[in-house]
Design a protein around this ligand. Structure first.
Ligand SMILES: Nc1ncnc2c1ncn2[C@@H]1O[C@H](COP(=O)(O)OP(=O)(O)OP(=O)(O)O)[C@@H](O)[C@H]1O
Ligand SMILES: [Mg+2]
Length: 623
């Protein structure tokens, strides 16, 4: 295993991660009790069968001396117990399955919840493929672990204890021989198991790396095709697949080659018992039937040793997955929630104040990865904190309630970052952000975020109907409300032209819609939440100037009384803003109204002359 890079989250032991799953079983006490109760009854039946057989053999060998013995009774008893065991088994299977599936469902819900709670910084530093692999494949593997808890482990432990006890009851000498054979067998299995464990972790990490390639190729299929990179991507996938299969084969083979050895050690006990017990029978100190019982028990134990092998494989396999799930479930959530309630109602426009805000994007690996990429990452250390550039450098400004503020500046100057700090997607590295003169951290996070309407620079739409997408933040919105915001965002017309209007299902990324149409849906979606603050990040960059003007005029009405921050490229939007903030390299370098800034002849003036004026040619007159 390559050494984890110094920034990696700490490793948690396999046992601890598995133990952390046990409380999930406690959530289903009835089901667990039913599964275990039925199982224990079956084990008791199983252990009593050799007793019936052994006693019958003793009686049959000694017919002359003993009191009358009914062979038929013994057979009927044996048969009834076998039938009972089968009946219980038929109920037990479905009960256990239901218990495991319900518990697994609880784990899935907990992982989903943990993923939702994680900060943007955490998600920035983790690949989607890795998360998908952990949230699906790894959780799937835990299913077997729960079967171990509810079946194999109980079966082996109760079976072993019961057997050893019953063997001792038959003959102390044979009891000791059994124990003597069991101890080295268990040690051998343990020894191999410890060596096998890291191999399973590697198997899973390689599997994740492979899934990441698949996920990125599906998500980025257009890019792959546009650059005709299919062969290269296929080769990349093949390499990951080979790495995974090699690791898997090596783990499986390692174990497969060693279990028979452990079974062999234990198997030696049968001839020894036959010899020692046989001598006792010959000497008349042990009934023949008791020797038979012990041999039956030993054969049963031999099978259970095989099950121990199976448990070890499952526990290790699941253990590696449990570790990977644990890292998600127990990732520290840095964002603390506040308790201040967020005033509702659009008429209560909010003020926003940035006080000496400095921000640097966090760069900490969110999850421990042991695959090749991590190896490369470990050999190319991240630059020290001080040398990484600041996304925002000592930014202070104030927006009064109801103002519309435009953020302008060259690319990567920090405009989107300013917006991201307002719904607390990230925490300032230093300084504070205040709304209504209260530090953002004081507000209840959900209320804060619901109170903000946001249009991201990249639009993501869900694979659902147009109406459902628009009502994402307010599922109870009426159709009239939905149509009203769609009209304001100039989306109503094209939505009605869709095959099923507002009920048309749109693709995962709204793929059947154009960039401009998607942006308009995003604007409508943000407005529908009745937010006090509206953040628009390049929200109209993909629509033509005429539509943009229409949107601006229509949303003016809806935005009235709400504090609006807009990152914009278009002259027309920018110049109408109450306040313009000009950023470059994370610093706020100029502020004022359009006229003030033009008169100043600084960065805004030059931006305006080049970038802003270019698209203003023709359709938009600046002055
Ligand atoms: N999630 C992130 N993780 C790490 N660094 C980031 C992240 N998002 C942005 N950055 C960096 O922060 C800096 C500011 O980026 P930001 O997105 O705020 O720029 P911007 O002004 O919105 O640019 P554009 O006009 O191109 O959208 C850039 O150097 C960028 O590389
Ligand atoms: Mg941006």
């Amino acid at each position: 295993m390559p050494p984890a890079s110094p920034q990696s989250p700490p490793t948690v032991s396999v046992l601890r991660s598995l133990a952390s799953l046990l409380p999930f079983l406690r959530r289903r006490p009835g089901w667990v009790a039913a599964s275990l109760g039925l199982l224990l009854i079956n084990i008791a039946i199983e252990l009593s069968l050799p007793q019936i057989l052994g006693n019958a053999i003793t009686r049959l060998g000694d017919v002359a001396n003993s009191e009358p013995f009914s062979l038929r009774e013994a057979v009927v008893l044996f048969l009834s117990l076998v039938v009972l065991r089968t009946l219980i088994g038929m109920i037990l299977g479905p009960v256990r399955n239901a218990t495991v599936q319900r518990t697994l469902g609880d784990v899935r819900a907990a992982v989903y919840d943990a993923l939702q709670r994680q900060t943007f910084g955490w998600h920035d530093n983790v690949r989607t493929g890795e998360l998908i692999s952990r949230a699906s494949t790894d959780i799937g593997r835990l299913q077997e672990f729960f079967f171990v808890c509810l079946l194999f482990a109980v079966d082996v432990v109760a079976g072993l204890i019961g057997t050893v006890w019953l063997v001792f009851a038959a003959s102390a000498l044979l009891g000791w021989i059994t124990l003597a054979a069991m101890v080295p067998t268990v040690f051998a299995l343990g020894f191999f198991a410890v060596r096998l464990q890291p191999r399973w972790r590697k198997v899973h990490d390689r599997h994740s790396a492979m899934s990441t390639v698949i996920q990125e190729n599906i998500a980025g299929v257009r890019v792959v095709k546009a650059f005709a990179r299919e062969p290269a991507e296929l080769a990349k996938f093949q390499a990951k697949k080979v790495a995974f299969l090699t690791e898997l084969t090596s783990a499986v083979n390692y174990w497969a080659a060693r279990v028979p050895f452990a079974q062999f050690i234990f198997g030696l006990s049968v001839p020894v018992v036959l010899w020692a017990g046989g001598r006792q029978v010959l000497a008349g100190t042990l009934p023949l039937g008791d020797l038979a019982k012990v041999v039956f028990y030993l054969l049963g134990l031999g099978n259970r040793i095989g099950v121990i092998g199976q448990i070890t494989t499952i526990v290790q396999n699941a253990g590696a997955s449990a570790q990977r799930v644990y890292e998600i479930l127990h990732a520290p959530v840095e964002l603390r929630n506040g308790h201040r309630t967020w005033p509702r109602g659009a008429h209560r426009a909010a003020s926003i104040r940035f006080e000496s805000v400095t921000f640097r994007y966090p760069r900490v690996p969110s999850l421990r990865l042991d695959n090749d990429d991590q190896e490369t990452a470990a050999t190319t250390p991240l630059p020290p904190k001080a040398s990484r550039s600041l996304a925002l450098d000592d930014v202070s400004f104030e927006v009064t309630p109801g103002q519309t503020v435009a953020l302008v500046g060259p690319t990567a100057s920090g405009k989107s970052t300013v917006l991201a700090l307002i719904p607390r997607f990230y925490e300032p590295t230093s300084g504070r952000v205040l709304v209504d003169d209260c530090d953002l951290r004081e507000f209840d996070l959900d209320q804060l975020r619901r109170g903000i309407g946001m249009v991201f620079q990249e639009t993501f739409l869900f694979s659902a109907s147009v109406a459902e997408n628009l009502a994402f933040g307010r599922p109870d919105a009426s159709r009239e409300d939905i149509v009203k915001v769609a009209q304001a965002a100039r989306a109503d017309e094209f939505i009605r032209a869709l095959p099923r209007g507002y009920d048309t299902i749109i693709g995962e990324r709204g793929i059947s819609l154009s960039g401009g149409q998607r942006q308009r849906l995003a604007i409508a979606r943000a407005l529908l939440g009745d937010p006090r603050i509206i953040l628009l990040d390049d929200a109209t960059s993909a629509v033509d100037p005429k539509t943009e003007r229409e949107i601006r005029e229509a949303t003016l009405e809806l935005c009235r009384g709400r504090t609006t921050l807009v990152v914009a490229q278009r002259a027309a939007t920018v110049r109408r803003a109450d306040l313009i903030l000009v950023f470059t390299e994370g610093r706020l370098v100029e502020r004022g109204t359009h006229d003030q800034l033009l008169a100043r002849g600084g960065l805004y003036y030059s931006l305006f002359r080049t970038q802003l004026m270019e698209e203003a040619h023709g359709s938009e007159t600046i002055h």
